[in-house]
Design a protein around this ligand. Structure first.
Ligand code: NAD
Ligand code: UD1
Length: 340
């Protein structure tokens, strides 16, 4: 029988790509999602892609009754927890929402897992836990000092997991710190579908290219980087999804806690990304330089060594491929997923 993996937030951006890779690797993913930031039609797209529609339970990760049902009706062996909220600005305005969904949600889930004797957990953390340490290349031992409530919520869950594993060493936990996930599945069937005006660079650029937005505003060109614009370690979402499978497999071998950065080890400036997107789409991306965005860091990227040694994983897809796949998804789905 295929191994059943509970994927919370499995209809979201990273979750849906991971569900596809799980199915293709022979796992049986079971999705728990409340559709607060995703659409039901994702499931049909996953079916088109893999030939299999994963089982779905609709509900909130904080709802103990729903979790009882999930764990009673299935033989879950591990949980990947993508469910959560991720907008920095919103987290500053509504901290209670962030601590409730991201922190309380994870704790309720872990408590229920323990009740059912399930002790394998993969957690979506973020490079944002490092804050702005004053240098660009982050290893897993770079000190953590998040600078917003979203980052704090990730740090808190990490802390809970560190203490849990210390007290109960039979847990197997992977904390994965993502750098900047972008791109889409190369089929163009699933991708990122932000609601409203995208806060992040790649979806904004892509909407300018397709004519949905007039021009890109580049937040500052006086940073100490190659061309003065901010530099990031963009990682293709399919590489990221594969990183989760590698983490699940690593957990079979390691007891306790592993903490790993998932990025490429390269960095791309805003202007370099714009030019790569122009090449991929054969469109011009009009832009203007405006003030720096408050809270932005000049540059950061991962040291990918630990991911290679511990997970036997490294990112394969470069920035051109990230732009090509984003563009294919954007063209095939100019309005994103259809409304439910
Ligand atoms: P997303 O919003 O596309 O996916 C999150 C999914 O969780 C959505 O389908 C949403 O409906 C669901 N969800 C939200 N709250 C829920 C709840 N209380 N109960 C059940 N389901 C709920 O986001 P994503 O980009 O796929 O991110 C997935 C995870 O990775 C998040 O935890 C996010 O913080 C983390 N992360 C994302 C990024 C990024 O840039 N995308 C970077 C670092 C870390
Ligand atoms: C943002 C979040 C971070 C999250 C990350 C990954 C903030 C402050 N940080 O980081 O917590 O983990 O996304 O999804 O929101 N840019 C423009 N114009 C735009 C948009 C972005 O010039 O319209 C620039 C930014 O200044 C930055 C780069 O593009 O230099 C990348 O921005 P973005 O995609 O928002 O990611 P991060 O800032 O790394």
């Amino acid at each position: 029988m295929e191994t059943q993996i509970l994927v919370t937030g499995g209809t979201g951006y990273i979750g849906s790509h991971t569900v596809v890779e799980l199915i293709q690797a022979g796992y049986d993913p079971i999705i728990l999602d409340n559709f607060s930031n995703s659409k039901r039609s994702v499931l049909e797209q996953i079916k088109k892609l893999t030939g299999k529609e994963p089982k779905l339970i609709e509900g909130d990760i904080r709802n103990e009754k729903v979790l009882d049902r999930v764990f009673q009706e299935n033989k879950i062996e591990a949980v990947i927890n993508f469910a959560g909220r991720k907008a920095v600005g919103e987290s500053q305005v509504n901290p209670l929402l962030y601590f409730s969904i991201n922190v309380e949600g994870s704790i309720v889930l872990l408590r229920k897992m323990k009740e059912y004797g399930i002790k394998r957990f993969v957690f979506s953390s973020s490079a944002t836990v490092y804050g702005d340490p004053g240098y660009d290349c982050f290893t897993e031992s770079t000190p953590l000092s998040p600078i917003n409530n979203y980052g704090e919520s990730k740090w808190m869950v990490e802390e809970v997991l560190r203490r849990l594993v210390q007290a109960e060493p039979d847990w197997k936990v992977a904390i994965l710190r993502y750098f900047n996930p972008v791109g889409a599945h190369e089929s163009g069937l699933i991708g990122e579908d932000p609601s409203g005006i995208p806060a992040n660079l790649m979806p904004f650029v892509s909407q300018v290219a397709v004519g949905k937005r007039e021009k890109l505003r580049i937040f500052g060109n006086d940073y100490p980087t190659r061309d003065g614009t901010g530099a990031r370690d963009y990682i293709h979402v399919v590489d990221l999804a594969l990183g989760h499978i590698a983490a699940l497999e690593a957990l079979n071998k390691n007891d306790g806690l592993i903490t790993v950065n998932l990025g490429t080890g390269n960095n791309t400036t805003v202007l370099e990304l714009v030019h790569a997107f122009e090449k991929a789409s054969d469109k011009q991306i009009p832009y203007e330089i405006v003030e720096r965005r408050p809270g932005d860091v000049a540059a950061y990227y991962t040291d990918p060594t630990l991911a290679k040694t511990l997970l036997n994983w490294e990112a394969q897809r470069d920035i051109n491929k990230m732009c090509e796949d984003t563009w294919r998804w954007q063209q095939m789905n100019p309005q994103g997923y259809p409304e439910d």
